[in-house]
Write a protein that binds this ligand. Structure first.
Ligand SMILES: [Zn+2]
Length: 125
């Protein structure tokens, strides 16, 4: 059992704010931010696709919690999903919906692979 970690963040509007980090927090906190922008961040978890040029990241997810956010959704732990250069704070139902769509897209990719296999087979005749 490890002792709870606390960190102090210097804010622009509320001076020094002491925080207790959740277990999953990396413990790295940006200083000199507005208190509402303080966030606990988990490590990035990239999802990659294999390509001829090597693995390419198509999504990055990370646990996050913003204890003083004005948006109450962000005050409980959520997963921030990076798609392209934008981040999308996502809850449990949203993650399940994304996973369902990814599974459907995997099937679309398999269908495209079956088409390609047929075309390649025809090309050999
Ligand atoms: Zn933290």
């Amino acid at each position: 059992m490890t002792a709870p970690r606390t960190v102090t963040v210097q804010t622009l509007d509320h001076g020094a704010v002491e925080l207790r980090c959740p277990d999953w927090c990396t413990g790295e906190h940006e200083q000199d931010v507005h208190r509402e922008d303080i966030s606990h961040l988990g490590p990035d978890q990239p999802l990659t696709l294999p390509t001829r040029g090597g693995p390419v990241t198509n999504l990055v997810t990370a646990l996050e919690l913003r204890p003083y956010a004005t948006d109450l959704f962000l005050r409980t732990v959520f997963v921030n999903v990076e798609i392209g250069a934008d981040w999308y704070p996502t809850g449990l139902a949203g993650l399940e919906a994304m996973a369902d769509v990814l599974a459907e897209q995997a099937e679309q990719l398999r269908e495209q692979a079956r088409r390609l296999a047929l075309l390649l087979q025809e090309g050999r005749r």
